[in-house]
Ligand binder design. Structure first.
Ligand SMILES: O=C(O)CCC(=O)C(=O)O
Ligand SMILES: [Fe+2]
Length: 354
């Protein structure tokens, strides 16, 4: 958090060398930078993004998050997301499973819908704690708008590289259509007893939507690189966002774009004594969008769909249904057994090697 001096990320841990993409160069149409983005998006599905211009909005959001998490639990619980597959609202630590055995997560977060942030003070989906509403115009809306702009720019470039007609992906993520797009501020508090360094605070998952624009300061985020079984840390770099692709982009592109498994473990070593804060803007397709490969819009996607195993990316559901299923089945209240965890999975279990 601003004002707190945090121990550096340890230099003796396995980290994944993400490509650094310069947002200003992308905006200028720099071919080399566009090529780097394509490489990152197709190989790992994660990259750093610098020069994004979101710092002021990010800091304001962390301030909003700090005030919100300081509210009494009883107050936060009035805005709880519930067990019916709705994401917007507050999630208490321990509401979700992190694996098939039903181990509990250890993060609390507040999710604010893009639709509510843009329409405020009109309520589209729900109300939020007073601290969130107080910051809606000064922090949440600017952060949501910035996240929308960055993700739309990245998506436009990927759209063209996929050989899709101009603005095809943009048309599946219009600002007007209601969607699961949301801003999330996450807090992980150290436990009273030291935790095992590889106990998931957020279980292994692929992101549910299209593009995630993430900001964190302490370590803990890990990815499982393709074809390996060793989790690697993503080292936080000051001023650099971490961007990653979600399932919807893997599905639309028939697997050309990668939605990679990741998880959050306690901050490593000396960092473990500190609260870990992170912030994400998730772009998700409009609620009515069918999740299926865009084979009739791009020959590249059509060829990839032929190479994919049969029905690998045929979901037969809308984005709203996909999203609700995943959220609902990770809630521990809904757990019947390991099958509930399996029912919360995305595209990851359908791939050959992770
Ligand atoms: O906190 C982080 O660094 C990542 C969070 C995350 O993966 C998520 O909320 O989907
Ligand atoms: Fe994630």
């Amino acid at each position: 958090m601003p004002g707190v001096s945090l121990p550096p990320f340890p230099d003796d841990l396995p980290t994944v060398p993400l490509l650094v993409i310069d947002y200003a160069l992308l905006q200028a149409g720099d071919e080399h930078e566009i090529q780097s983005l394509w490489k990152a998006a197709t190989e790992l599905g994660f990259w750093y993004l610098k020069n994004h211009g979101a710092d002021a909005a990010v800091n304001a959001m962390f301030e909003m998050g700090a005030r919100t998490m300081k509210l009494p639990l009883e107050e936060k619980m009035k805005f709880e997301q519930g067990d019916r597959g709705i994401s917007f609202g507050y999630k208490f630590a321990g509401a979700n499973a992190t694996d098939a055995s039903g181990a509990l997560d250890s993060v609390e977060f507040i999710n604010v819908s893009k639709d509510d942030a843009l329409a405020y003070p009109t309520v589209v989906h729900r109300r939020y704690p007073s601290t969130v509403e107080d910051y809606m115009e000064s922090a949440v809306r600017p952060f949501v708008s910035k996240g929308m702009e960055v993700n739309e720019t990245l998506m436009g470039i990927l759209n063209d590289r996929l050989g899709l007609p101009p603005r095809t992906l943009a048309g599946l993520h219009t600002p007007e259509e209601h969607s699961g797009s949301e801003a999330r501020c996450i807090k992980k508090t150290p436990e009273s007893q030291p935790e095992s360094p590889d106990k998931p605070a957020i279980g292994a998952h692929t992101d549910f939507g299209s593009l995630s624009f993430l900001h964190n300061q302490l370590g803990g985020l890990q990815v499982l690189p393709p074809g390996t079984n060793e989790w690697k840390y993503v080292k936080p770099l000051p001023g650099h966002a971490i961007c990653n692709l979600g399932d919807a982009m893997a599905i639309f592109s028939a697997g050309i774009l990668r939605s990679n498994l990741h998880r959050v473990v306690p901050p490593p070593k000396a960092q473990a004594l500190f609260d870990r804060w992170s912030l994400v803007y998730f772009t998700r397709p409009g609620n009515s969008v069918s999740l299926a490969p865009l084979t009739d819009k791009s020959s590249l996607v059509a060829e990839a769909a032929v190479r994919a195993s049969e029905n690998q990316y045929a979901t037969n559901v809308t984005a709203a249904e996909w999203f609700a299923r995943r959220i609902q089945n990770q809630r521990i209240k809904n757990r019947k057994g390991p099958e509930t965890w399996m029912a919360s999975r995305g595209t990851e279990h359908k791939r050959e090697a992770n």
